[in-house]
Design a protein around this ligand. Sequence first.
Ligand SMILES: [Mg+2]
Length: 180
Amino acid sequence: MKENKLKKLVRNCYPTYTFDKVENIPLELLKELNIKLVLLDMDNTLIDNKGKYSKELKRWIKNVKAKGIKCYIMSNSISEKMVKKISKELGMQYYYKARKPRQKGYYYMLEKTQVEKENILMIGDQLFTDIYGGNRFGIKTILVKPINKKEIIVSKIKRPFERVILNHYYKKKGVLKNAK
Ligand SMILES: [Mg+2]
């Protein structure tokens, strides 16, 4: 791989912001960024490995929606059941089998919601799917920490690589200024 290609790939893994968890993202930030559509990863971003989410998260989504911002779950899950259940409980619409970081799902959301790219935010816990996919598509991205440490094997393998890229990112940005 050519060096500039690699650089571009790494840069596309840098989130616009980082937070510990979804409910820590201030509504003022969404307003400041002029966000009209929030795409949320489900596993380890909204729910833990038992399918549980916090009361604070539910309230956060309610408050975001009250501001007139659309919220969608955008999940790579191949099973519709859980995505449907969680989106219903949290009062969101959903898109499953999204195959992030592929671009098709992002285009689908664009078409479906008619929201401009500059007004879309992707929130997720994985650099190589949620963040990389969103950045490549040209939308804003927020990385949150995974709710569960216990993850499926695939994610576990990817984590050390995520670390390497994140260390670069933090070094470049200075300390985690925007993390709460
Ligand atoms: Mg996830």
